[in-house]
Design a protein around this ligand. Sequence first.
Ligand code: HEC
Length: 148
Amino acid sequence: MASRFNVVAACVAIAAAPDALRAQPDQQEFRLVTPPLSISREQIRPPADALPVPDGFSREQIVHGDRVFHGEAANGQCSVCHGIDGKGTANGNDLTAGMFVWSDGSVSQLKRTILHNMAVAPGMDGDLRPADIDAVAAYVWAISHRSP
Ligand code: HEC
């Protein structure tokens, strides 16, 4: 209930503010309630050799997907938007939370999402060949299935 009290207190404070202050709201100090999603957080690259491997895929594919994701193979651009740690930036969402907007998070559906991205924005994700797409889809599955 502390937060509700704070809201009430803030309303009382605004109501009690001098008329001049309320008449010029752009001159009031602007303070964010929560910090914006920060890309300046410490972004730790997940260890590709310790990530889980989805059924039907190999460790080599996870390692290759990690390289694609981080721009070390196939000119992959994923980490530019989704973060080195995959936890997102202002330009791409968190891929590690295990919750996906566009699929159930299975490798095959992640692959479909990536193919769709590539169809609507050719070249934006990198120069991906089929083997790169399989690997990076398996990698996204892996970073979304890490044990805490
Ligand atoms: C130019 C920035 C950008 C790049 C590069 C990029 N993405 Fe994304 N990606 C986005 C944004 C933004 C969304 C969210 C789109 C939406 O919700 O409509 C997204 C969505 C996704 C999703 C779906 C997430 C969900 O919740 O369903 C996956 C999976 C994904 N990206 C993987 C990748 C992979 C893998 C790469 C590299 C091959 C990549 N992205 C490169 C910006 C980017």
